[in-house]
Design a protein around this ligand. Structure first.
Ligand code: HEM
Length: 438
């Protein structure tokens, strides 16, 4: 039997390899290299080497064979070891079981149940943006997303722990998933202190809930307190604490990057802003925006879907080959780190006609069916927060355009995407915000 050649190597610079493009607009880099080299290629970033698989066949491969040929241990094991977040690394029955528990605990139903406090906190935070002459958008959106998700999932805001959570989770991701820093970084005293504070935070939240149970729909803390494994035995405390932290780790940056990109889109496209604003104003003429009316905002849904298409905050699924396999005529050896760049298809005209056009009315039905629309990945580890993200994003933009008028502090500045740890519009993206008069 003949064995295929190694995937072709993407052109890069000495020593750094492709690191600069991987730390910048990584999605565009994957699209460009897919066009040059085809559906499988190698990239180097400093001392790391990854095989990138991209295009419709790669998404199908992840969907159909991902559970068999890949492991997530190398990419996500650090999260499990550091913070007890186990769902990312499990396989088979134990995975399906924990996923099932988290699916209920992270569902959009919690937002419906906690809509009033989440909406009130969102309005309070957005009002604080008003009259800020140079609001740092990504930072402001991270704080907003953290407050919203923690109220929805646990009933109270995590604002006091925000900076500790953000810095520790970003470092773990940079070290373990992206491989930007050596593993020894996780022994730094500042990181160890942050990690200890996060463990304490999660355990205290669980202990307080156990001492003072709440009534109503069980939330993430209730589910984590009672969680048992697939044999009915209680999960160890670190796994239950990891469940309680899951919303912060998996949700805050991704949701915040989505919000930040949506703000960029609204500022660059006056016609999109006008349509979305008109839709929200019309919906609110009949009174305040209640949860059930969020479904009736098609332009806002289009904005969320299209922003996730053009600017996916998590443009790939990181894995390691558990066995050697062939893909695209090339051989991928066992042990090779692989990134399935699930969102390259979003930019290909055969799947999304006129992909450069930002189209609020684009129909995603066929793209979803064919697994070529994949901002939440595809297969067994697909995002468990997708439903929450979609409805929360619609609600947030509705409240934003209703209350605030935003303008860029540097009009005409091109969008400069940076991947720290995921693609986002960068720290220098700033806007000024003022209250809208009604
Ligand atoms: C714009 C927002 C979001 C995006 C783009 C996003 C994207 C993704 C992607 C691409 C994956 C698959 C990772 C892989 O294949 O290894 C994933 C998994 C996951 N996401 Fe999200 N996510 C978002 C928001 C959220 C939120 C709000 C939560 C809530 C906590 C969440 C919870 C999870 C969990 C628990 C998994 C792991 C599922 C598993 O391994 O079985 N995500 N997400």
């Amino acid at each position: 039997m003949t064995v295929g050649p190694l995937p072709p190597l993407a052109a890069g610079v000495p020593l750094l390899g492709n690191a600069l493009r991987m730390m910048g607009d990584v999605q565009q880099f994957f699209v460009d290299t897919y066009r040059d080299l085809g559906p499988v290629f190698r990239v180097r970033a400093l001392n790391q080497s990854f095989v990138i698989m991209a295009g419709a066949a790669a998404n199908r491969f992840l969907l159909e064979h991902g559970e068999k040929v890949f492991t997530s241990e190398e990419s996500f094991g650090g999260l499990d070891r550091e913070f007890g977040m186990r769902v990312h690394v499990l396989h088979g029955r134990p995975h399906r079981h924990l996923r099932g528990l988290l699916a209920t605990s992270l569902s959009r139903d919690l937002l419906a149940a906690r809509w009033e406090p989440v909406a009130a906190e969102t309005e309070r935070i957005l009002d604080g943006w008003a009259n800020r002459p140079a609001l740092p958008v990504v930072d402001a959106c991270q704080r907003l997303a953290a407050a919203q998700l923690s109220i929805a999932y646990t009933g109270s805001s995590s604002a006091s722990q925000f900076e500790t959570l953000r810095s520790a989770f970003e470092l773990v991701l940079d070290v373990t998933v992206a491989g930007k820093w050596p593993a020894a970084t996780l022994r730094w005293p500042a990181y160890r202190r942050a990690r200890a504070a996060i463990h304490q935070f999660a355990r205290t939240a669980l202990a307080e809930r156990a001492a003072r149970p709440r009534h109503g729909i069980p939330d993430l803390l209730d589910q984590a307190l009672d969680a048992t494994d697939e044999h009915g035995a209680p999960y160890p405390l670190d796994v239950r604490a990891g469940m309680a932290l899951q919303g912060y780790f998996a949700g805050v940056n991704t949701v915040a990057y989505l919000y930040s990109f949506m703000i960029d889109v609204l500022l660059r496209n006056p016609a999109v802003l006008a349509r979305v604003t008109d839709e929200v104003d019309a919906a609110q003429r009949g009174g305040p925006l209640v949860f059930d009316r969020l479904r009736e905002l098609p332009a806002l849904h289009g904005l969320v879907m299209e922003t996730l298409r053009v600017h996916p905050p998590a443009p790939g699924s990181a894995r390691t080959a558990a066995q050697a396999f062939d893909f695209g005529g090339c051989r991928i050896e066992q042990g090779q780190r692989v990134l399935v760049a699930t969102c390259v298809t979003h930019h290909l005209p055969e799947h999304f006609p006129d992909p450069q056009r930002f189209d609020l009315d684009r129909d995603f039905t066929a793209g979803r069916k064919a697994a070529v629309y994949a901002p939440f990945s595809v297969g067994g580890h697909t995002c468990l927060g997708a439903g929450m993200t979609q409805v929360l994003s619609v609600a947030t933009v509705a409240m934003l355009v209703r209350r605030l008028r935003l303008s860029p502090t540097r009009p005409g500045r091109p969008l400069r995407i940076t991947a720290t740890p995921g693609p986002n519009p960068g720290r220098r993206f700033r806007v000024s915000a003022s209250r809208r008069q009604h």
